[in-house]
Ligand binder design. Structure first.
Ligand code: PLP
Length: 401
């Protein structure tokens, strides 16, 4: 890509696309939103790295705490990967336990211990196991089925007092979008609390995306630790982890759990994040929900009219169209989708000037910059692409329509 503006991107050949990748989630205001551009320009004039805290960093921490009260203390890092890596280290230190439960198809960044049965690119590329990850590094990772509380309970039965934490994407986004089943997150909260284990919400994707206070506000769950990234940096490199004060005080220098970063709390990333969060009021989330529901409807209707089995999973402005009759509730059912058909659709959409995430196992994102003109372009592309898909597969005539 050569440049971006609002909901649009241009490639190096000058072709324009409607952007539904949003840099994989961070660009909730679209490309180059005025307030973020302004904040970055002002910060460039003041300097971009000090190796010491800045006022803007403290303000961002306060904003995060205000919107996610479960985050009593927060540490800024440089990526979502660093956030999950540091949060699991802290969980192990605080509980004196080694094992971590994660879910199949969930992606928590590329730290060794969390790559087991990972989603996102690992799922897209079909990478078997995790070459380069030693048995020692991954041996304490337990993989359970998303939305299946019984598997988590069985893990606790099998390894009582050995599981430091359960880490979960409260809305899965890296096997494609999969919402939590009713009672699933509540169950995880109850089981971890009963078992003296910690609940880590990986809200790197959902944080400030699905609601002003993230998935923990949407589903009314209080995790022990939360990981953030993506939206919190408005498209600049950032991550954060935080939670209960008694836990966070164990992180160095106030406690013994070491974690550091040369560029953590980087002033450019921090002001971009703050300027982004400042725009995200209730009206912004209403707009994102409205645009998301229209996109969902258009795809569902066009697919039905074309006789193509598609299941649209959506939470707010995160959406995946699975080429499957559905329902898609976990990694197994996600993998049952027709990825070849998805690939054909992806290319038809690209030809029609819409840039979707190039994988069945990713979330597409809308931004507040996706205005009437952008949505009209999207609707037309969706209709045309499914029409072409039905002609190319002959599914319409086979269905006797
Ligand atoms: C993107 C993502 C990560 C990794 O963040 P990076 O900044 O790419 O390291 C971790 N967890 C979830 C849920 C993500 O979506």
């Amino acid at each position: 890509m050569a440049r971006g503006d609002g909901p649009w991107v241009w490639d190096v050949d000058g072709r324009r696309y409607l952007d539904l990748v949003g840099s994989w989630g961070p660009l909730i205001l679209g490309h180059r939103p005025g307030p973020v551009l302004q904040a970055l320009r002002e910060q460039l004039e003041r300097g971009w790295a000090f190796g010491a805290p800045t006022e803007a960093e403290v303000r961002l921490a306060q904003t995060v705490h205000d919107r996610m009260p479960a985050i009593e203390m927060v540490r800024l890092v440089n990526s979502g990967t660093e956030a999950t890596m540091s949060a699991t280290r802290l969980a192990r230190a605080a509980t004196g336990r080694a094992r971590i439960v994660k879910f199949a198809g969930a992606y928590h960044g590329h730290a060794d211990a969390l790559l087991a049965e990972a989603g996102s690119g690992v799922a897209t590329l079909g990478i078997p196991g995790t070459p380069g990850v030693t048995r020692g590094a991954a041996g304490d990772t337990v993989v359970a089925r998303y939305n299946t509380l019984g598997e988590v309970e069985r893990a606790f039965d099998r390894w009582p007092a050995e599981i430091a934490a359960v880490i979960v994407e409260p809305v899965a986004g890296n096997m494609g979008v999969v919402a939590p089943a009713a009672g699933f997150l509540e169950g995880l909260r109850r089981v971890t609390r009963d078992q003296g284990s910690l609940l880590i919400f990986d809200e790197v994707m959902t944080g400030f995306r699905v609601a002003r206070g993230g998935a923990q506000e949407l589903y009314r769950i209080t995790p022990d630790l939360t990981c953030l990234g993506k939206v919190i940096g408005g498209g600049l490199p950032i991550g954060a982890y935080g939670g209960r004060r008694d836990l966070m005080e164990q992180v160095a220098p106030s406690g013994p759990v070491y974690q550091a970063g040369t560029l953590s709390g980087n002033p450019l990333a921090v002001v971009a994040g703050q300027a982004t969060l400042d725009q995200l009021d209730a009206a912004a989330y209403d707009l994102l929900e409205h645009s998301g529901s229209r996109m969902e409807q258009w795809i569902a209707q066009a697919a039905a009219a074309a006789g193509v089995p598609v299941t649209v999973n959506r939470v707010g402005s995160m959406l995946t169209a699975f080429f499957s009759p559905g329902p898609v509730t976990d990694y197994e059912s996600a993998k049952g989708a027709d990825t070849a058909a998805f690939g054909r659709w992806f290319h038809l959409m690209l030809d029609a000037g819409v840039s979707l995430p190039p994988s069945q196992f990713e979330a597409g994102f809308l931004s507040t910059a996706h205005d009437g003109a952008a949505l009209a372009h999207l609707e037309e592309a969706v209709n045309d692409s499914f029409h072409a898909l039905s002609r190319s597969t002959g599914s319409v005539s086979r269905a006797g329509v």
